[in-house]
Design a protein around this ligand. Structure first.
Ligand code: FES
Length: 133
């Protein structure tokens, strides 16, 4: 796996977010964001609750915001902003002429099981015995 052509740079104008595919193996879904510092390629879902960022994401300057619960990230520094609690994963990008290249060594994914699992021991503990139904 290596650098792969994803699109031409005019397919993702500055200030826009597009879902693309890297032609690696069966295809790797990517979100391409063209912000004020350049291009960022990342998995196409929000690391919070799996919202498709091509629908819930907005980009202003370098700030990507998922409008679902207002998690934001600075795509220049990759700092977490506003309500964000988890970092974004990103692929390396470079522009070659009019082509956007992305380095895809493997598909990047978020682990949603860690945060989403209900702790059954806690849920069924005595703490809930007095709860009114
Ligand atoms: S799903 Fe994106 S911030 Fe909650």
């Amino acid at each position: 796996m290596s650098w792969t052509k994803v699109c031409t740079i005019d397919e993702v104008p500055q200030g826009s977010i597009k879902r693309m595919w890297a032609r690696v193996n069966a295809g790797v879904p990517l979100l391409i964001v063209h912000h004020s510092s350049g291009f960022t390629a990342l998995p196409p879902i929000c690391p919070h609750l799996e919202e498709p960022l091509e629908e819930s994401g907005t980009i202003i300057g370098c700030k990507l915001t998922c409008t679902k619960h207002l998690w934001s990230w600075d795509l220049d520094t990759m700092e977490l902003q506003d309500e964000a609690e988890l970092p974004l994963k990103t692929y390396e990008t470079k522009v070659d002429g009019d082509t956007l290249m992305v380095f895809v060594a493997e598909e990047l994914e978020y682990n949603f099981d860690e945060e989403g699992d209900i702790d059954e021991d806690e849920f069924f503990s005595d703490e809930h015995e007095d709860d009114e139904w």
